[in-house]
Design a protein around this ligand. Sequence first.
Ligand code: ADP
Ligand code: MG
Length: 398
Amino acid sequence: MKFIGEIDLANKTVYCRCDYNVPLDENRNIIEDWRIRASLPTIRHALGKSARVVVISHLGRPKGNPVPEMSLAPVARRLSELLEKEVALLPDCIGDEVRSSVKKMKPGEIVMLENLRFHPEETKNDDAFARELAAGADVYINDAFGNAHRSHASNVGIVRHVAECGIGYLMKSELDYFEAALENPVRPFVAVLGGSKVSDKLEAIENLSKRVDKLIIGGGMAFTFLKASGFEVGCSLVENNLIEAAQRGMDKAKEKGVKLYFPVDAVIAQKPAPGEANMIVPVQEIPEDWMGLDIGPASTRLFAEVLADAKTVVWNGPMGVFEIDAFSRGTYAMAHAIAETHAMTVIGGGDTDAAVQKAGESENMTFISTGGGAFLWLMQGHKLPSIEALERHESSRG
Ligand code: ADP
Ligand code: MG
């Protein structure tokens, strides 16, 4: 698989798949532009090499219809501000009008095509659509890590129809940091998992168990494991159908010699709502009609000790319902503890990223992934379909 730096871009029309699926408010202002900023190295590189740059992306879930609220117009405007350069938004991503506009571009110019998902063929990885999308492209660069676990036309099908293909700077750093952590970790390697659902993360636990030295499990998902270990956890979030699987997960981790850590105390309330009365109890003492909504101070202390000698840390999933102040301390303390280690720290997951930002620790992490779903996919030990497509493309060229 090629990196953009190895491909001659001069005077070429370079289609660059970015993940500009940014959150918008009700007035369609961009709430968080980190994904747009993260694409700048690739775009600047291509423009600097006198390419004609055509950016393609999806936004939201318009389900195959042209939904004006999901136009990429705000993204094109922001990209234009960041580049200090005009970025015209073309009215569609395929069709004659688009093709002739792209043909008229001069080297060093950039345009954005309209939301790929205005066409139902995009998410179906339809080959005719992929061919049409690729019609004007000399080079295809995939920099959309956030979408890399999907098999869509713009990141899988398109590769068959473009002569030169490769990855951009963002995709490369995502893959490099992930590999450095998971394939080649400096030890001790500690993984921290949290969030709400065990079902999302059991596979990741299984895969991580083959690689890590220590595994910390917090957040809502910890209660299914605590229940499996014989604790009564009140009305905390428990996935009853997964208790056995959780038990097996713990057994496997122990077989591999992984040290497992769970919360020893919890901040509990009767509802996950602001202003609810709350208290801190050992996990053995959660009353029947109360639920654990954050890890308590003893767990925070324990987890900080576990992390103290770490040389590699991967973190996905908040320790509590951090969206509510009363249940946010455990997650912020975790962010501080991870930031303070002398480890390489790799953070993944949309909510975890938001929590690290709120804790003011973003600058103190080695790498924060831009892709929640794709990051989890990698943690589960799967290959990314968009990367496999690029690898097939290279090997077919011999
Ligand atoms: P990420 O987006 O970083 O991958 P997840 O989506 O898996 O993280 O989990 C985040 C969600 O988990 C948050 O909305 C948070 O409120 C919830 N959560 C964390 N701890 C608990 C808990 N004890 N009970 C219920 N929900 C929880
Ligand atoms: Mg999430």
